[in-house]
Design a protein around this ligand. Sequence first.
Ligand code: ATP
Ligand code: MG
Length: 445
Amino acid sequence: MTDQINPVKVQKMQKMQKINGVRGMNDLLPADAAQWAHLENVLRDLTRAYGYEFLRTPIVEATAVFQRGIGEVTDIVEKEMYSFEDRLNGEQLTLRPEGTAALVRSVVENNLLYEGPKRLWYTGPMFRHERPQRGRYRQFHQFGIEALGFAGPEIDAEIILMGQRLWDELGLIGVRLEINSLGQANERAEHRAALVTYFEKNATQLDEDSQRRLVTNPLRILDSKNLAMQELIEGAPKLLDFLGEESLKHFDAVQALLKANNIPCKINPRLVRGLDYYNLTVFEWITEELGAQGTIAGGGRYDPLIERMGGKAAPACGWAMGMERVLELMKVSGSLPEPSAQCDVFVLHQGGETLTAAVIVAERMRSAGIDVILFCSPDGQSASFKSQMKKADSSGAAYAVIIGPDELSKNEAQLKDLRGSGQQRAIPLDGVVEAVIDAIVGATE
Ligand code: ATP
Ligand code: MG
């Protein structure tokens, strides 16, 4: 008997079991919503100031988009992607790990460059299977801009100026710009040959990862974070020494434009970036304030990508920023905005007819553009004005509108100032909207 399964008991146990979120994928809680909204507002203003248009792509793409668009021999494609097979039709799909490849896929598919170059931006969640730690998550958010169809150095400078303006606007401290040029494919090939010769000569000093990269993508060895290899990397042939006249001219022009706008930058010859598709200018914004995850944004020129994604060849450049890291740096910089009041008015009542009147008055105020929270009972019973007033106080509302049976019988309501003077006065029930607007306008004058 005791072994028999009791369905009621089983159901109860299932209800009690808590299901947690996926490791490395975080909830954005209401307490942080105002800060995210602030950052998003600043970003929207920034894109408008430079004439960039919003393009929103799906979160899921064919895996081939990233294999081709990011490169097979990259950390992202080799080990960080959430890829799966669609159970119904066998398609190979991937949760996007970054924005550029998908954006270019969309631009090519929708023929967006038909009428000429385009300035675009995107934002949204990205997914990478990495070890979660401060500033590194499995679902995180990026904002990015891409300028497609422009070949000249002025657009490299423009997107860097946008970044600098953004950090200033957000009040970030301690952000520095590092910049490098990766030249063109033939220049990289010469450098690569020299690099392979150098590393082959010193093969015993390479770690396992780097020995593999020596065959697949030797440039990435320069990106290694292995401390034991730093001296070896320091002595390796520098790509900058292999750049031809055109590449150097482009690089110099970008730097001159930055200098003319008082943007300090440091040339870092070892900066190669993780993604395969870059050429010419690459750059990163780095801070020492966030520990190991100090890169808040990075990008560069990726002229070969559009053609590689099946489009008509066109130059392009852009950058992407990690929103969590930027918010964290805003916190460290003390520049996060104070959470602002949630609403203008909190409405109190005593149930029954006063509730009906309260709902009508609340709706009328909302139609007039006033933000209103109506007291709703958690247990279906009417609550004392004292306990409702506590809720009104903690709601952040500036005013309370009180409709009790006495007020209703006189066709009135009480309007109470919750923040300033604390004054309370009777107002006509059909004049609540006007009285509240007068009070709000009066308080801001
Ligand atoms: P990292 O060297 O930190 O792994 P990355 O080179 O892989 O960065 P990009 O692909 O250039 O990063 O992405 C642009 C920005 O997105 C990074 O500079 C960073 O701010 C942010 N970012 C990248 N991966 C993560 C992650 N797992 N969690 C949070 N933010 C991230
Ligand atoms: Mg990474």
